[in-house]
Design a protein around this ligand. Structure first.
Ligand code: SF4
Ligand code: SF4
Length: 124
């Protein structure tokens, strides 16, 4: 989900969730270790290997992050938005990405959602 703020209920990411249901979300294990300053809820993660953890539900052929609420294309808040891991914070929404065929575009396409339109056109 985009690193942009999603305070605004009209933000496209709040009505999408495609990337959270397309990619494996893995990160350095300390992000879910409180003793190391990690804030990602450990109970929502699995061990991937000796170095990396993964959001539950995303390390499978049909990924779906356990923290995603709602149905893709509907109202889809992240229930750990403030504590989401680095890949989610760094993921670029297509409107923030100069790539013509960005990961956001590909995720939306996989779930049958149209590509985002440039601001200020309506995206939801
Ligand atoms: S696929 Fe793009 S628009 Fe959809 S939630 Fe992810 S970043 Fe936002
Ligand atoms: S933690 Fe939140 S933003 Fe990251 S994949 Fe899961 S639902 Fe999406």
């Amino acid at each position: 989900m985009s690193r942009m703020s999603v305070q605004d209920n009209h933000h496209p990411c709040l009505h999408c969730g495609a990337c959270c249901s397309t990619f494996r979300v893995s990160f350095y294990w300390t992000e879910s270790e409180p003793a190391a300053g990690g804030v990602v809820p450990a109970e929502l993660t699995d061990k991937l290997n000796d170095f990396r953890a993964v959001m539950k539900g995303t390390n499978r052929p049909d990924p779906r992050c356990i923290a995603l609420e709602g149905e893709v294309g509907g109202f889809t808040p992240c229930r750990i938005y403030e504590n989401r891991p680095t890949p989610c914070r760094d993921f670029l929404m297509a409107l923030d990405d100069s790539e013509l065929d960005s990961a956001c575009d590909r995720a939306r396409e996989k779930h049958g959602l149209p590509r985002l339109k440039p601001w200020p056109e309506q995206n939801v």
